[in-house]
Write a protein that binds this ligand. Sequence first.
Ligand code: ATP
Length: 296
Amino acid sequence: MTEAYLDIRDLSVALQHSGDRLLRRVSLAVRPGEVHALVGESGAGKSMIARAVFGILPKAVTILEGQVTIEGADLNGMSEAARRLFIGKRAAFIPQDPLTALNPSKRIADQISDRLIHILGMPKAKAHERAAALLEEVKIADPERVMRLYPHELSGGMRQRVLIAAAFAGEPRLIVADEPTTALDVTVQRQILALIAGMQARHGTALLFITHNLGVVAKLCQTASVLYAGKVVEQTSVRRLFADPRHAYTRALMAATPRYDRPEESLKPASPELMGELAREVAETDALWAKERAHG
Ligand SMILES: Nc1ncnc2c1ncn2[C@@H]1O[C@H](COP(=O)(O)OP(=O)(O)OP(=O)(O)O)[C@@H](O)[C@H]1O
């Protein structure tokens, strides 16, 4: 089996003041060129994993244990400056909300080329050329005109296209996309998903794709981790996930995914029995963990 490009091992993070764990020994690997889905409902800890990869956990959150490695290099062992440079050359992030991710006072050209100039050391003229080519690739008409605009002058879909262009610009080998279509209309969502799929295939980039929508997983991803309360409850190939979901939570998620052909089955809420079962599983995990920690 090919070695992982991104390897997260036994990662636990907790709220500093209470010690409550938000991630419970999460392990997952993304191999070169692979699209791995990180699935789970709101609050499961999906964004926390993304933030841990980029070393941008909230101040109130602390790492208790575990490693994040990219190309075999342990990111926790690096100084902040070294880590930023190391990751900047290898990985990029496509966030949920394109408006807050773009700098309101910078023209579109600079949003894409700054990274090329400062992290990859590209000459200014070449970075500008590359930015225009990328905007064309993400199907923005008249790139030279758009490059002179500011984010507020673009639609939500256009802004997301700009962020996708920016993410792919430096040819990173890994992109983490955090629900990149959540803030968009349904039709624009489909276009953006198709765009990401096409770009990923053309560039051969590994993708950690965060979503709560299993329909998206089926279309885009090869492997998946299902997260509940900061714990990976199921991890398998997407084919097996759909053919033979092992965990009751995965099955409930499937039942809750809207199906266009059978709308009456849409959005079944999780049963009280399942919620009880999940709460017990999490409590057992925590008790076991506390016991292990107590015994050193
Ligand atoms: N800045 C923060 N400080 C403290 N706790 C936080 C912070 N951000 C998130 N949390 C908590 O961490 C847990 C995981 O949140 P996270 O944002 O990773 O979930 P998610 O699965 O990405 O959800 P969503 O799909 O809504 O983005 C939640 O319990 C949340 O309340």
